[in-house]
Write a protein that binds this ligand. Structure first.
Ligand code: PMP
Length: 372
């Protein structure tokens, strides 16, 4: 069976699993413990992982806050900024094609007296930076725009968006869950990005661990936000809870491998994507249409419409050969709101399928499409 739902989650690499197993067995110490070796070794492992993640993202190690995944990172930053800066303003800007882990947080805040602007998107799900410019108000405290869309793969113009937010003195958060490990992240130079969310299980690491990057100032002080999870303050007083050492170690190893192979993986994904699109075009001719753009996109995410064929029926039919999805696994029971926001009619949305590839998918494996 060919697994092509890598935007939902990825397999754990053997090297990642091996590293994790050590911290699930003999090295079981609590990194917050003191004086004895077991705790010191766990602490060293957590800090090494932090180093790998900061390298992948071009961030400083102190800016990396470990969380329980991107959903938690998004919740932490949006609720944390809202609470901390509510006296300054109660207006938040986001877009209609964000992940549910942003949209639902914004909707929750609306029930608590916040005002949220949901920016429209173009046919590929990208916002227009000019519209953002016009939407920023005196009471805007946060802009949250996804870096790369999980259903279409389209990339927002984060350089321009972050520059606008910096100039207008508004915090900018980006959900980079789908791009981390696939594209270069220039956090160091894109200083208009205040916060960034990502997750290990999208880059062949474990589930249940992610990171929130928070921009530091020249003195190493992070932008203050109200913590979502209070307690022992393990993660720079922003996030509490005993470190999930095995998960963090796994995340670190996945980040190290992704960093070492970034450009080769990206090239391979582009090649796979080109090959798959050509096969689909040759085989299904005018009966297929592509919802994804061909440029400025995450390599390896293809959203395609099989005209006249219901996507659920199709996916069920091919499920013993190919595993793919109709869109986000986090909102799979309803027709995709992301595709609807791009202007696709409901019939077309119901004919659309997402194939998401991995750098570990081979060209050989894609031949299965020729036999469909
Ligand atoms: N944001 C995006 C863009 C995602 O694709 C996902 C995963 N579906 C998430 C957030 C949530 O990540 P996690 O599973 O780590 O909570």
């Amino acid at each position: 069976m060919l697994y092509l739902d890598n935007s939902a989650t990825t397999s754990i690499l053997p090297e990642v699993k091996d590293k994790m197993l050590t911290y699930l067995s003999s090295e079981f110490g609590n990194p917050s413990g003191k004086y004895y070796d077991l705790a010191e070794k766990a602490k060293k492992a957590v800090e090494e992982a932090r180093q790998h993640i900061s390298q992948l993202l071009s961030a400083k190690t102190i800016e990396v806050i470990f969380t329980g995944g991107a959903t938690e990172s998004n919740n932490t930053v949006i609720k944390g900024v809202a609470d901390k800066y509510k006296e300054i303003g109660k207006h938040i800007i986001t877009s209609k094609t964000e992940h549910k882990a942003v949209l639902d947080v914004c909707e929750y805040l609306e029930t608590n007296g916040f005002d949220v602007t949901y920016l429209n998107v173009d046919q590929y799900g990208r916002i227009d930076p000019q519209e953002l410019q016009q939407a920023i108000r005196k009471d805007t405290i946060l802009v949250s725009i996804i870096w790369g869309n999980n259903e279409l793969g389209s990339i927002n113009d984060i350089k321009t968006i972050s520059a606008i937010c910096k100039e207008r003195n508004v915090f900018f958060h980006t959900d980079a869950t789908q791009v981390v490990g696939k594209l270069e992240i220039d956090w160091e130079n894109l200083t208009g990005i205040s916060f960034l969310s990502c997750s290990a299980h999208k880059l062949h690491g474990p589930k249940g661990v992610g990171a929130l990057l928070i921009r530091s100032d020249a003195y190493g002080k992070l932008i203050p936000i109200t913590p979502l999870i209070h307690g022992g303050g393990q993660e720079n007083n922003v996030r509490s809870g005993t470190h999930s050492v095995h998960n963090i170690v796994g995340f670190g190893e996945a980040a190290r491998i992704a960093f070492d192979n970034l450009s080769a993986n990206s090239e391979h994904l582009k090649k796979l994507e080109g090959n798959l699109c050509t096969t689909l075009r040759n085989k299904f001719k005018t009966n297929v249409a592509f919802n994804s753009d061909t440029q400025n996109k995450i390599p390896g995410i293809i959203n395609v419409r099989f005209k006249g064929v219901n996507n659920e029926i199709l996916l069920k039919k091919i499920s013993s050969v190919i595993a793919a999805s109709t869109g986000s696994a986090c909102s799979s029971t309803k027709p995709s709101y992301v595709l609807q926001a791009t202007g696709l009619d409901l019939k077309s949305v119901r004919e659309s399928v997402r194939f998401s590839l991995s750098p570990y998918t081979s060209l050989e494996e894609l031949k299965v499409f020729e036999q469909l």
